[in-house]
Design a protein around this ligand. Structure first.
Ligand code: PLP
Length: 357
């Protein structure tokens, strides 16, 4: 028997979540965002379950090449474009759509020797002040691009900083409209939050990431609980030890948790070296033998300690869900002061992954 911690990927849920996106944005094409190794799920494991998508968006050249080698012939959008002019030969070879967000990229594309033009996503800085051209510069860059022989189809692209808020896209949309004035081109603006909650921003291509994997763009599961999306990743393990505490006994490093009376504690294989957040406080939800319980005591590198009071029947070998179908990754993340995105991306390489079709 090997160490029982294991991640299971439910590809039926992944396909379902793409369907949810289709229903939410019925008039748009879909870039399935698979950056960061498909948000930690493993691009090679999951991409074929998303093959009903219109395109894949990512930012790592190796991942794009992997998709081509696996036989994906549809569009691939590189969300941050090329990081160095040298890469344009590979963009050409593998027919990658590039984002352009900086002047040096425009020059590099103009000077590249390509076999045929590349499709371009011109990135507007809509107020997030991360990547992109400010709205007042977009028109002139646009015109410059139209004169470059290496530029194929042009699309306007922007990204929202606050699309999970009801009024969160109002200001950015003003910037985008200003930038797009006099430009007749397709647009791609919407991340998951805008795909679910701002249909006025859907336009030609939406770019959902997190909802494909079954977590909430707001960090709160309740915000997506009725959307139809389902968690794809379950991080499971088992109880490998039991302790019976008396009043005053403590658990784990720093003796953070102290029992107020007799209490049974389960020791679970799985810790921060598996990707479980070390910062998770006492009370972080966990499911033991089908019953909701809580973390008690600090998360160690390889172990977590959980309260067995709600599940007296649990013992060595009882199944534990750290996150997944029942314990929402959003709830674990918010207990730990982060978001589901970070936890799924941080699934550690040492955790074995099994895929269920
Ligand atoms: C990551 C990313 C997305 C997807 O964001 P989600 O919140 O996961 O839906 C869309 N567009 C860009 C540019 C991104 O970087």
């Amino acid at each position: 028997m090997s160490r029982p911690v294991i991640a299971t990927l439910d590809l039926t849920a992944l396909r379902n979540n793409l369907d949810v996106v289709r229903r939410a944005a019925p008039h748009s094409r879909v870039w399935s965002v698979v950056k960061a190794n498909a948000y930690g799920h493993g691009l090679d494991r999951v991409w074929s379950a998303l093959s009903a998508t219109d395109g894949f968006a990512m930012l790592n050249l190796e991942e794009a090449i992997l998709l081509r080698e696996r036989g994906w012939k549809g569009p691939i959008l590189m969300l941050e474009g090329f990081f160095h002019a040298d890469e344009l030969a590979l963009f050409d070879k593998y027919r990658l759509t590039t984002s352009l967000h900086s002047n040096w990229q425009v020059k590099a594309l103009a000077n590249a020797k390509l076999s045929s033009p590349l499709d371009v996503y011109l990135k507007i800085n809509s107020g997030m002040n991360r990547l992109g051209f400010t709205p007042d510069r977009v028109h002139s860059i646009w015109q410059k691009l139209r004169e470059i022989r290496n530029v194929g189809q042009l699309t306007l692209m922007a990204h929202f900083a606050d699309a999970e808020l009801p009024e969160g896209i109002a200001e950015p949309m003003k910037h985008i409209e200003q930038a797009a004035e006099g430009i007749d081109a397709p647009r791609s603006l919407s991340n998951s939050a805008a795909t679910l909650w701002h249909p006025e921003a859907h336009f030609d291509w939406v770019r959902p990431g997190i909802i494909l994997y079954g977590a909430s763009p707001s960090g709160l599961w309740q915000d997506v609980a009725t959307s139809g999306i389902r968690p794809v990743m379950t991080l499971g393990s088992q109880i490998i030890g039991i302790q019976n505490l008396k009043a005053g006994d403590t658990v784990g490093y720093g003796s953070r948790y102290r029992a107020s009376g007799e209490q049974r504690i389960g020791i679970v294989a799985g810790g921060y070296a598996d990707g479980y957040p070390r910062i998770a406080p006492d009370g972080t939800p966990v499911m033991v033998d089908g019953v909701m319980s809580r973390v008690v005591g600090k998360v160690s590198m390889d172990m977590i300690t959980v309260d067995l009071t709600p599940c007296p029947q649990a013992g060595i070998g009882s199944p534990v869900e750290l996150w997944g179908q029942n314990v929402k990754i959003d709830d674990v993340a918010s207990a730990a002061g982060t978001v589901g995105y970070e936890l799924m991306c941080a699934l550690a390489p040492r955790v074995p992954v099994v895929v269920s079709q």
